[in-house]
Design a protein around this ligand. Structure first.
Ligand code: SAM
Length: 342
């Protein structure tokens, strides 16, 4: 395992109080909120029940609650739930009825016995399930197997919209780059569309690991070149097609996966500076985006429109498509912004 991969921090020493199913979950949750460390000693579901009680006590907001409220809940939940530990013995969760978490063996070559927050053990086990089963992408026609800590899209409409745009693309198919490749889907779409050379970057090393493993799984893997890097990395110009599905909202970045959701000041300026320098004559910059920023952060200047107003790029075409609500009705639309240098 390359040392740089992100993983939940192992707890090597602790003086946590043992808890099992005989401790009332509300009591255990209250202790966690006071900052007391607990370690589950019987069954994995005991830990899950305590976390469920904690969610209730912290008044978990509904899915459609505002960004600020959801964020505040998440921070409070993270800071209390990290005190609830699960024992790891021989790189396995040493509790009855614990789900498999094969990533423990891959991510902790340096420790066999330690403890992890139950929440982290749960995330590792569901990530393992996604990795083993894969996620079917209709735009690719096969399953992608995301490595732990790699962003996987919750919906497909934006990828389909990019596919619609790509099918009409008439420009050169020499070199393309996917900036912030995640599980690699846009890069794989471009490779499928016949680009001679496809490059892909991500600032999250787990994403690069994910795509490298995916390429090994494919019977005829496209020659996608990967770089763990900020934005366009060291890939020089000229590039015919610079594509990115960047974070769609502005916000603080805490966990690695927040990098997929939230951008910070300067992100788009730096992206467009680099794109402007490396774009081939007649080339295109394509941003896969959403109107979620206008719906939920109306005070944040629109990052693409702001760039267009600077006059370095012109909008060639903007495709939009409604999305099917995941739970409730939504006004959300996905977008593909095609831009050319002025
Ligand atoms: C919304 S996800 C999109 C992932 C993938 N392209 C897709 O469409 O499913 C954004 C990705 O950008 C990456 N990212 C965020 N900031 C970055 C930066 N400064 N440089 C490179 N990648 C970045 C994140 O790690 C994440 O994988």
């Amino acid at each position: 395992m390359p040392a740089a991969l992100h993983r939940p921090e192992p707890v090597l020493r602790h003086r946590a109080q043992p808890v099992d199913r005989n401790v009332p979950t509300a009591q255990a949750a209250a202790w966690l909120r006071e900052g007391r460390s607990l370690i589950v000693t019987d069954r994995f579901p005991t830990g899950l029940d305590i976390l469920a009680a904690l969610r209730v006590q912290l008044d978990e907001p509904a899915e459609d609650a505002g960004y600020v409220r959801k964020r505040a809940f998440r921070e409070a939940f993270q800071s209390a739930s990290k005190h609830l530990l699960a024992p790891i013995v021989g790189r396995k969760v040493a509790l009855a009825d614990a789900p498999a978490a094969g990533f423990l063996a891959e991510l902790y070559p340096d420790h066999a016995d330690f403890a992890l927050p139950v929440e982290d053990a749960k995330v590792l086990s569901s990530a393992w399930e996604w990795y083993e089963q894969g996620v079917y992408f209709p735009v690719l026609g096969y399953r992608v197997h995301p490595f732990y800590g790699t962003y996987i899209p919750a919906r497909m409409e934006h990828l389909e919209l990019f596919g619609t745009w790509l099918a009409k693309y008439q420009g050169a198919r020499d070199r393309a780059i996917d900036v912030g490749t995640g599980s690699g889907v846009l890069a794989l779409q471009m490779a499928k569309a016949g680009f001679r050379q496809v490059l892909a970057t991500d600032i999250n090393p787990n994403a690069i690991e994910s795509v490298a493993r995916q390429l090994q799984r494919l019977p005829r893997a496209p020659a996608i070149e990967l770089e763990h890097a900020d934005l366009l990395g060291a890939f020089g110009g000229p590039i015919d097609l610079i594509v990115s599905n960047p974070p769609w909202m502005k916000g603080e970045v805490g966990r690695t996966l927040d990098l997929a959701m939230y951008f910070q000041d300067g992100f788009f300026e730096r992206f467009f500076d680099q794109a402007r320098q490396r774009l081939a004559p007649g080339g295109r910059v394509v941003i896969v985006f959403s109107n979620i920023i206008e719906l939920s952060q109306p005070d944040v200047p629109h990052p693409i429109q702001t760039e267009l107003d600077r006059g370095r790029f012109t909008l060639v075409e903007k495709l939009t498509r409604r999305v099917k609500p995941l739970r409730r009705r939504t006004r959300e639309k996905v977008e593909v912004w095609e831009m050319a240098a002025v």
